[in-house]
Design a protein. Structure first.
Length: 293
């Protein structure tokens, strides 16, 4: 037909000057020739953008943004009025502004505290390690730290004789240990189960022995002395008893065994404890162990 040209096929064509020509109707090649990226193949209602920057414009309510970041310091995300910043960034810190949270959003009181200055009252912390900078409160209610209380105890109306010189006190009863600090007690020796730093408070009574002094031994490490108690004196001819008391601390990296020992100047009947027939449990020495960290 005059004035009409029928093209049965398109052979290889290339760009000429400023004209861009289809090339073998190859879709990917044509996008390249037209300067189009992969976003050209996405539907308007299902666009995925990875990388790059969005400058200006409005993001619709149905759009989900994941992993986005502000381009540079001093930039902001604004409300639809274009003048109120919702998120602003300065020197690496992002700040929420003029944001109202719905009634279903519930933050506890800890949300008002900084990570380095939290105050926790009640509740339970699980799976965390408290470092050496944590300060436990003095007084108040509740158990701020773990402790165990061990007694040398006997039935009512029992006397415990002493010899002169060094002798082990027969710590034999666990009175309190809610957190299982002590794994075993045997023949006066007691073993702490886990690594940590521990405070020991100890007490040992003597009767008519003259001078005496209690002390704590580290059985695991060659029976070395960890701490000495007060030097005390009770007359050998006067029916009076008094204690030797002491404090010590020890840091261990694994389980460790201890024993309470007592130096007594003069052995005597009831030298390590005289009965008073109170009708109650009799205790002549004890050790309190507090885990500090």
């Amino acid at each position: 037909m005059a004035g009409e040209i029928q093209i049965d096929s398109v052979t290889a064509l290339t760009a000429s000057g400023s004209n861009i020509v289809l090339n073998n109707v190859n879709t990917a090649t044509n996008r390249t020739n037209l300067g189009l990226g992969s976003i050209a193949t996405q539907a308007a209602n299902s666009v995925s953008i990875t990388g790059g920057n969005i400058t200006g414009g409005t993001i619709g309510s149905g759009v989900v943004i994941s992993g986005a970041k502000l381009a540079s310091s001093g930039t902001s995300i604004y409300k639809s009025n274009g003048s109120t910043a919702v998120i602003s960034e300065s020197s690496g810190t992002a700040t929420l502004n003029n944001v109202s949270l719905g009634s279903s959003v519930n933050f506890g009181s800890i949300s008002n505290n900084s990570i380095s200055g939290d105050k926790i009252h009640g509740g339970t912390i699980s799976g965390s390690t408290l470092d050496s900078s944590v300060v436990f409160p003095a007084g108040g209610t509740g158990n701020a730290v773990s402790y165990a209380l061990l007694y040398e105890s006997y039935a009512n109306n029992t006397n415990v004789n002493s010899s002169s010189g060094d002798q082990k006190r027969a710590i034999n009863t666990e009175i309190y240990d809610a957190d299982n600090l002590v794994s075993s007690i045997s023949n006066g020796d007691f073993t702490l189960a886990n690594a940590g730093t521990y405070l020991f408070e100890f007490y040992a009574e003597a009767y008519k022995t003259g001078g005496h002094q209690a002390y704590l031994k580290d059985v695991t490490n060659s029976n070395s002395v960890l701490a000495y108690g007060t030097v005390s004196y009770t007359g050998t001819s006067v029916s009076v008893s008094n204690p030797s008391m002491g404090l010590g601390y020890h840091t261990i990296t694994t389980s460790n065994t201890y024993a309470l020992w007592h130096y007594i100047s003069s052995g005597t009947t009831s030298g390590k404890g005289v009965n008073t027939n109170t009708g109650n449990l009799t205790c002549f020495s004890f050790v309190k162990i507090t885990r500090l960290k």
